[in-house]
Design a protein around this ligand. Sequence first.
Ligand code: PMP
Length: 333
Amino acid sequence: MTAPVAKNALDLIGNTPLVLLEGPSEAAGCEIWGKCEFANPGASVKDRAALGIIRDAEALGELKPGGTIVEGTAGNTGIGVALVANALGYRTIIVMPDNQSSEKMATLRALGAELVTVPPTKFANPGHFVHTSRRLAEETDGAIWANQFDNTANRKAHIETTAPEIWEQLDGRIDGFTCAAGTGGTIAGVGLGLKERDENVVIALTDPHGAALFNFYANGELEAEGSSVAEGIGQGRITGNLEGAPIDTQFRISDEEGLEWVAKLLRGEGLCLGLSSGINVAGAIALGKKLKSEGRENPRVATILCDTGFRYLSTLYNPKWLAEKELPVFDWL
Ligand code: PMP
């Protein structure tokens, strides 16, 4: 196979490899595939949403040459926005809660984004990073608010790129897809895109603790239980991107189980990932087992490997931090 050639750096976004995950496949008793979103230029799945949102705003005439993009983010979307903005000549202002990893903040500053940090707070509070970013966009001349949670250009990017890529990479033979939701753009977009091609593909939400979506899809109540240290996932409301998402079933995965898969994927197969990837893989194993128990033969399940573990050296890969959070410390650290 010839390695791909890109006409420009923005063309490096997407078209990520899909990898067969050995340990998870063995645990599930069926094929578990991981979409390598850490291979994007910004090292996360959010490059796709950033590019989609910016191209959409340009097409609508809202974003003009030399304009500014303002966004509230747990970090990865900001990194994607900053890279795309640099390539296209826009200015970037990023608002993020100050409890996210220091690597993400340092990365954003290094990329040239103007960074505003705010204390973490509930969505209902006007000081929440999302509301702060909206206000900043309103106050800045020539600025647009990317609004990744409710702007459906986010999920459109996954309908148009991630879903067809997975479909083609698996030659149209896929039984299930699962991932966690932050904005919900990935699960909704990949879910809609796969169902368009085969309505029998089962779409499962994998929710961390502390999020309200598991209960919503299980019994209609937006109710959270427990908490999670996973960054970028865990949603408490039905965002614009989640509206009409074709969710057939749902799993709830603990940080401990997610971390166990982060460790196994690193030591067993040489993949250094963040916690949302570990939680997704645990969900994919649960989905594979469920599909098998329902009589599907040799089901194939795909999930998202959302971002690189190098973004979490000060947290997930730091024994002191893990101990402070009362989480198990990887035994080689
Ligand atoms: N994992 C990580 C590390 C993320 O940063 C995000 C984005 N918030 C997600 C998963 C979830 O993706 P989405 O916003 O498409 O639901």
